[in-house]
Design a protein around this ligand. Structure first.
Ligand SMILES: CC(C)(COP(=O)(O)OP(=O)(O)OC[C@H]1O[C@@H](n2cnc3c(N)ncnc32)[C@H](O)[C@@H]1OP(=O)(O)O)[C@@H](O)C(=O)NCCC(=O)NCCS
Length: 153
C-alpha cells in the first residue's frame, strides 16, 4: 500500500518542485512563476507525496464559485497511477463546501495526455483561444460544470 500525502506548497518546497517541473514538462514553469503563485492569496499549489517522494502537484485559484486549474504535473516515473486525477478530485472536494459551480482550464491543443485526463474527469471542450501561449500555440478551453445537489442529499 502506497502512502499518499497532499499538502500546500511552501517556499521551502521550491527546489524539489522546480526539479519535478524541469524533469517532466516540455514547457516548464519558472521559479518566478511559482513564487508569484505562492505570493497570491487566491492561489494554492498542492503537492502530492507518494511514500515521501514528491510525485505531482496542482496549482489552482478559487474565485467566485469557479476553480481555475492553472497547472498540473506528475513526475514521469509516477505517471498513469491516478495521481493527477487524485489531485484534481481533492481540489474539487475542498471547494465544493465553498460553493463550487464550475472548474475551468486552458490546455495546449497538442497536449493529448492532459486533454485525456480532463475528459476522463468529465470536462467538456468549450472553445479555442488562438495563439494563447507565448510560443503561438492555441489553447483549448475546457469546463466542468458541477451538478447541483438537490436539498436533503
Ligand atoms: C497530464 C499529466 C498531468 C497526467 O498525470 P498522471 O498522474 O499520469 O495522470 P493520471 O494517472 O491521474 O491519469 C488519469 C487519466 O487521464 C488519462 N491520461 C493520463 N495520461 C494519459 C496519456 N499519456 N495518454 C492517454 N490518456 C492519459 C487517462 O484517462 C488516465 O486514466 P487511466 O490511466 O485509468 O487510463 C502528466 O502526463 C504530466 O505531468 N504531463 C506533463 C505536464 C502537463 O502537460 N500538464 C498539463 C498542463 S495543462
Amino acid at each position: 500500500m502506497n502512502a499518499i500525502d497532499i499538502r500546500p506548497m511552501t517556499r521551502a518546497d521550491l527546489p524539489a518542485v522546480l526539479e519535478l517541473e524541469r524533469g517532466g514538462f516540455s514547457h516548464p514553469w519558472t521559479e518566478a512563476m511559482f513564487v508569484a503563485e505562492l505570493d497570491n492569496p487566491q492561489a494554492r499549489v498542492d503537492l502530492l507525496h507518494l511514500d515521501g517522494w514528491l510525485a505531482a502537484y496542482l496549482c489552482s485559484w478559487f474565485l467566485c464559485g469557479e476553480l481555475h486549474v492553472l497547472n498540473v504535473a506528475t513526475a514521469p516515473a509516477f505517471r498513469r497511477r491516478g495521481l493527477a486525477r487524485r489531485l484534481l478530485a481533492e481540489a474539487m472536494d475542498r471547494c465544493r463546501p465553498l460553493g463550487l459551480e464550475r472548474v475551468l482550464l486552458e490546455v495546449r491543443v497538442s497536449n493529448a495526455a492532459a486533454i485525456a485526463l480532463y475528459e476522463s474527469h468529465g470536462f467538456r471542450r468549450d472553445g479555442v483561444r488562438k495563439r494563447y501561449y507565448p510560443d503561438g500555440e492555441d489553447a483549448l478551453l475546457m469546463t466542468l460544470i458541477i451538478p447541483e445537489v438537490p436539498p436533503g442529499n
